[in-house]
Design a protein around this ligand. Structure first.
Ligand SMILES: Cc1ncc(COP(=O)(O)O)c(C=O)c1O
Length: 406
């Protein structure tokens, strides 16, 4: 049912926050937001036909049936801003999580609140602390505003080393904890995050990114938000809900913290297709458990195959994992691409590993066949390898649609 919201005498939560933007908002930071597809597709951004795309942690299932139907049905209303739908989503999320409305904001994806949190709480005087390997987007935001980036290796069990993070940056403004972590798919325990929150320097925040939490058995730290701690929590509809292209995310936190974030990016109207698709997804009680099961089954099959063949990887609870290619990983990435299988990127701290996104079962069978050929030497990067970026630029038409960015 479509509701009208034309009565300006009743400002909605979203309109109120729009009207209350401070002068700081008009001087909002203008820097380029770096997102997963920009990181993932830094080299290849137009894929050949029938490419296996397991490079960007996307969900091959896409939006659920009910989300698709809701998005299609709202299109005739596309001439209206309809910000009451934003309020509906905020209200639904607040109810689901047991929070007050003022503790929830929605955005077109979680990338914006991630970047704006970094902008709001780190500075040239206050460092940004992150795991290594970890999701790089916040690091780029920190660099853009001149904050020092402190990278701390994961523990032996691939959790965030919260004690080392605390010790490494007594001047921290933001501690970024992604759990499950991108790229390793490994969890950091609730008690470790709690320890970080209790022992961090005054004035800093712990930014917990739960983009992949629905795939895993980990415990959310939403209770720390509820308890009014210095925690900002991110969620997205891009992963288990399969809505990366529709763009919807949410940030949860104490109202004073959320206001600070909002001042750095302002507030904008949400795409109504994303809002109704998110609302429909949340109403579908089977969606998360069903997709979690599908992902875990396919991932388990891939891990069993890797084990049988003696290949090394980091066991993950998410839709991605790190695979040891036993060579500079770029050679393996290129040799896979020659077979039309596009795997993920490299983190400099682990130069022989590449990140693999868990695709559909048939896609992962193709991945396995291609990886076997790389590991046995049947296909190499050098014998008929992917041409260099420069060469490809000249020859791109011949390459069946592959374009490499210079
Ligand atoms: C850990 C993590 N956080 C945040 C994001 C941002 O996602 P989006 O802006 O699509 O919500 C991503 C995207 O892949 C991610 O991996």
């Amino acid at each position: 049912m479509v509701r009208q919201d034309d009565d300006l005498s009743l400002p909605s939560a979203s309109r109120r926050s729009f009207l209350s933007l401070s002068a700081a908002a008009s001087a909002a930071l203008a820097f380029r937001i770096v997102t997963e597809p920009m990181l993932a597709h830094a080299r290849v951004h137009i894929f050949p036909k029938d490419a296996i795309r397991i490079d960007a942690n996307e969900n091959p299932l896409g939006p659920s049936v009910s989300a698709r139907e809701a998005a299609a049905a709202i299109i005739p209303q596309g001439g209206r801003y309809s910000d009451y739908l934003t309020d509906d989503l905020v209200k639904t999320l607040a109810e689901l999580e047991g929070l007050k409305l003022e503790q929830v904001r929605v955005y077109a994806g979680s990338s914006e609140p991630l970047h704006h949190t970094v902008a709001a709480f780190s500075s040239p005087q206050r460092s940004y602390v992150t795991a290594d390997p970890g999701y790089e987007a916040g690091m780029h935001a920190a660099q853009a505003i001149g904050a020092k980036v402190v990278k701390v290796p994961l523990t032996k069990t691939y959790a965030h080393d919260v004690k080392a993070m605390l010790a490494a940056a007594p001047d921290a403004g933001v501690f970024y904890v992604c759990t499950p972590n991108n790229p390793t798919g490994t969890l950091t325990s609730h008690s470790d995050i709690e320890y970080l929150v209790e022992n961090k320097p005054q004035g800093s925040v712990v930014l917990v990114d739960e983009a992949y939490i629905h795939f895993a058995d980990g415990v959310s730290v939403m209770d720390l938000v509820k308890a009014g701690k210095d925690v900002i929590l991110l969620r997205t509809f891009s992963k288990i809900y399969g809505m990366a292209g529709l763009r919807c995310g949410a940030v949860f936190g104490r109202p004073d913290l959320l206001e600070k974030i909002e001042n750095y990016g302002g507030w904008n109207f949400m795409p109504i297709t994303a809002l109704v698709a998110a609302l429909a997804s949340l109403k579908d009680a089977q969606l998360v458990p069903e997709r979690k099961r599908i992902n875990a089954t396919t991932r388990g099959q891939v891990f069993a195959w890797l084990d049988r063949n003696g290949y090394s990887y980091v066991p993950s609870q998410s839709n991605c994992f790190m695979l040891d290619t036993k060579r500079p990983a770029k050679a393996a990435i290129d040799a896979m691409a020659k077979q039309n299988v596009f795997i993920g990127r490299i983190w400099p701290v682990w130069p022989t590993y590449a990140r693999i996104t868990v695709g559909t079962a048939p896609e992962m069978e193709q991945f396995q066949a291609a990886f076997q050929k790389v590991m046995t030497g049947a296909v190499t990067a050098s014998a008929g390898a992917m041409p260099s970026a420069g060469e490809l630029g000249k020859r791109k038409k011949k390459l069946d649609g592959i374009v490499i960015r210079a």
